[in-house]
Design a protein around this ligand. Structure first.
Ligand SMILES: Nc1ncnc2c1ncn2[C@@H]1O[C@H](COP(=O)(O)OP(=O)(O)O)[C@@H](O)[C@H]1O
Ligand SMILES: N[C@@H](CCOP(=O)(O)O)C(=O)O
Length: 328
């Protein structure tokens, strides 16, 4: 469930009146999601024919100072033809409004559903959309450091402590100690960069059949290595939920889709095994921290850190899956 804040009908109607989107017809809380409160709003629309929006209230983890970057990035990418929802500006032109100490943004609604068992055709479409997004961001003026980079993974593991990691799984602390220093020492410094999504999991992609209708949830977006974004997306799409089973056909299709728009340089391709281990480490770290620090009665379902620790082991043991002829 992800509606942490209640907004009464009168307040919601008054809020909607601050935007040129017609009058409020209905507002329904959206159950999916963990970080923000989201509502599906129907209004009469500017032309009286009806319109639909997502209202997001930023509850945790997002710094107010980063909101202009995230919200203007949506406008930029949508303006370049990417399947990304636009930010609806209020009547004064602002990207977001404050309600008490919390920020609210109105976002264009896009149709589609998040797939749970991606097919190769769907993975190809996602790879294509990711590469389009990377290219379309080339002239985006904003800049934001990756707050979930290597230093943060280490900080999160340190905060868990060896004893905390052992409570999650007896092998986890050893796995981190074995791989983290090597990944940090070999992390590439000079690969091509752009704006990256950095969290393009299936639940952040809306699809209708094999077509991508929306990339959403850009709240980890930052300027970083493009091939790292490919690696994150690979880790998120090419395994079953437990991280035990790798799907080579989905992997090949995802990379093919990406390269149909933006061929990887030889040095990016060569770095993918390490970047994928880093991607798996990144989500192991945040999930491990959340696993130990989410109260038992919290509304949010904790995600299994071992599902990404297993991916890390797989990537470390199978670098050849990223060879150009791996599936030929
Ligand atoms: N622009 C959008 N169009 C349609 N549905 C959306 C849109 N943005 C969010 N949603 C819906 O809201 C849910 C939660 O949004 P999300 O931004 O992923 O929240 P969280 O950051 O809390 O995970 C999504 O799973 C999707 O169902
Ligand atoms: N994709 C991450 C969690 C980030 O949460 P989101 O709801 O903001 O996408 C994971 O699976 O660990």
């Amino acid at each position: 469930m992800a509606v942490y804040t209640q907004i009464g009908a009168e307040d919601m109607a008054a809020l909607v009146a601050e935007f040129d989107v017609g009058e409020l017809v209905s507002a329904k809380g959206i159950a999916e999601g963990v970080s923000n409160s989201n509502w599906l709003l129907d209004t009469t629309g500017r032309d009286g024919k009806g319109a639909r929006f997502i209202l997001t209230m930023y509850e945790f983890r997002i710094e107010l100072e980063d909101l202009p970057y995230f919200l203007s990035l949506l406008d930029h990418l949508a303006g370049r033809g990417c399947a990304v929802p636009r930010t609806i500006h209020d009547r004064a032109g602002a990207l977001y409004r404050m309600r008490g100490d919390k920020a609210l943004a109105l976002i264009e609604f896009l149709p589609g559903v998040s797939v749970s068992e991606p097919t190769p055709a769907q993975a190809r479409a996602v790879g294509t959309a990711l590469a389009q997004m990377h290219l379309a961001s080339a002239d985006f003026a904003g800049s934001r450091e990756n707050g979930m980079g290597l230093a943060e993974w280490q900080r999160l593991f340190d905060a868990c402590g060896a004893e905390g990691l052992a409570r999650i799984d007896p092998d986890l602390a050893g796995l981190v100690a074995e791989h983290m220093p090597r990944i940090a020492a070999q992390w590439p410094a000079d690969l091509p960069r752009s704006v990256i999504h950095a969290d393009l999991f299936p639940d952040n992609v809306l699809m209708l059949g094999d077509k991508v209708t929306g990339l959403i949830d850009f709240y980890f977006a930052c300027n970083d290595i493009m091939a790292y974004d490919v690696a994150v997306t690979h880790a998120a799409w090419c395994f079953d939920g437990s991280g035990r089973s790798f799907d080579p056909a989905v992997s090949a299709a995802l990379l093919e889709g990406y390269e149909s728009v933006r061929p990887l340089l030889p040095e990016e391709r060569a770095a993918l095994p390490l970047l994928a281990q880093g991607a798996a480490m990144r989500f192991t770290s945040s999930r491990a921290y959340d696993w130990l620090n989410t109260p038992a009665d919290a509304l949010v379902v904790r995600k299994d850190p071992m599902a990404f620790a297993r991916r890390l082991q797989f990537y470390a043991a199978n670098p050849a899956i990223f060879d150009t002829n791996a599936f030929a």
